[in-house]
Design a protein around this ligand. Structure first.
Ligand SMILES: [Zn+2]
Length: 398
């Protein structure tokens, strides 16, 4: 379970101005489908306190702009166009920085950006754009809607997003009208303040990911096999998770029988959030994983686990495996030869992975695997043994 924020510079002050220009949305696409408002301007200048334009907390401490996040890096690669919010003249273009950052480094700042000066002493910044994507030059005149760049993840950015920042001659402006913003709306059509929950994406993996790999939306297998996979991970990318929300995940056989269930209570709210949970590879068959938020089903995936293939994975004969319950040694006898790696994985009955032990066969084709180093309660455990291209699954009494 992980979570993160976007970070930028500390807030100086929030302007009170009259006579706004009108802005169109600075991205091509549909809000709530192609991208999501993740953070607004922080109006609370006190350190550590948050207040967005609607007196909520959809911001982070000192945030000076509006963060509009794409669904994924894949979508970023497809090219999402940033457009000028209003007519004006380009005064700054930087697009030479690396554009696939996934961690927050405050010193990286905007990374790449375009600045436009508008009549009336208003300035807009379009930050974190893709390297080499600038479509305008300093001095160019633009209209509202003129394409100027592509969304990226340059600078201080963890995910592909546009940081849209507005200034007058001396202070930050939050262009969204709200009960906690003294400035009226700058938008021709101000999008509704959104506190809803939604699912951006979800899927399965045959291994345990890191947050970085999830950010790339890896390919999503629906079939797993003991030869290739050690775990089944369910991951979900959400927006609008609130403090106090409860996530619950159920792993079931396709017949409905519960295999494993886990509940997690969120201690804080997150506008843009990755969550994942995994189990050791369950037995062959058809399976379903269901994800609930506050007991409402919001996502599910079905998958199959293959049995052992007699061609690619000839089973080890059970008579060739001996377990000594007092010494906690597993002896594997293989006819092949010396030097064959034998790997044993231990799971509890809930499917949780306890550990891995291994040994090599000696000249007689015998491998001795010691299981006495695990501090686990007595009981039944599942083992999976892989020796060269062969394998065996069985249950032992530890
Ligand atoms: Zn930002």
């Amino acid at each position: 379970m992980l979570r993160y924020f976007f970070f930028l510079l500390p807030l100086f002050c929030v302007a009170t101005v009259v006579g706004q220009p009108t802005f169109r949305w600075p991205l091509e696409g549909t809000l709530g489908k192609d991208f999501f408002v993740v953070n607004y301007v922080d109006h609370d200048t006190a350190n550590g306190l948050l207040r967005d334009n609607h007196c909520g907390v959809q911001t982070y401490d000192g945030h000076q702009g509006t963060d509009i996040a794409l669904r994924s890096f894949r979508q970023m690669d497809s090219g999402v166009t940033v457009v000028a919010a209003a007519p004006g003249r380009v005064f700054g273009v930087v697009d030479t920085a690396f554009d696939r950052n996934k961690i927050s480094v405050i010193a990286r700042g905007f990374g790449n950006w375009i600045g436009i000066a508008h009549p009336g002493g208003i300035y807009t910044y379009y930050a974190h754009i893709r390297r080499g994507s600038a479509m305008v030059n300093v001095g160019d005149s633009v209209e509202a809607g003129t394409p100027i760049a592509l969304v990226g993840s340059a600078g201080n950015s963890t995910d592909p997003h546009l940081h849209f920042e507005v200034w007058n001659d001396s202070a930050i402006i939050d262009p969204f009208a709200g009960p906690c913003n003294s400035v009226g709306s700058f938008w021709i059509n101000q999008p509704e303040y959104d506190t809803t929950f939604g699912v951006i994406g979800h899927g399965l993996l045959g291994w345990v990911p890191t947050l970085d790999t999830l950010r790339e939306y890896p390919s999503q297998p629906k079939t797993f096999s003991p030869a290739a996979d050690t775990a089944v991970t369910f991951w979900i990318h959400e927006y609008g998770v609130r403090a106090g929300d409860t996530s619950r995940i159920e792993w079931r056989r396709s017949t409905g029988e519960l295999w494993y269930e886990w509940t997690f209570a969120h201690d804080a709210g997150y506008r843009y959030y990755y969550w994942w949970s995994y189990i050791a590879l369950p037995p062959a068959g058809d399976w379903q994983v269901r994800y609930f938020l506050n007991n409402q089903l919001v996502a599910s995936d079905s998958f199959s686990v293959n049995g052992l293939s007699p061609v690619a994975q000839p089973p080890i004969a059970e008579t060739n495996v001996k377990y000594n319950a007092s010494s906690k040694h597993v002896t594997v006898q293989l006819p092949e030869a010396a030097g064959i790696p034998v790997r044993l994985q231990l799971f509890d009955v809930a499917g949780s992975h306890i550990g891995t032990a291994q040994a090599e066969t000696d000249a007689a084709g015998v491998a001795q695997i010691r299981l006495d180093s695990w501090d686990i309660p007595h009981g039944l455990y599942a083992v999976q043994i892989v020796a060269g291209s062969k394998q065996l699954g069985c249950v032992i009494s530890y």
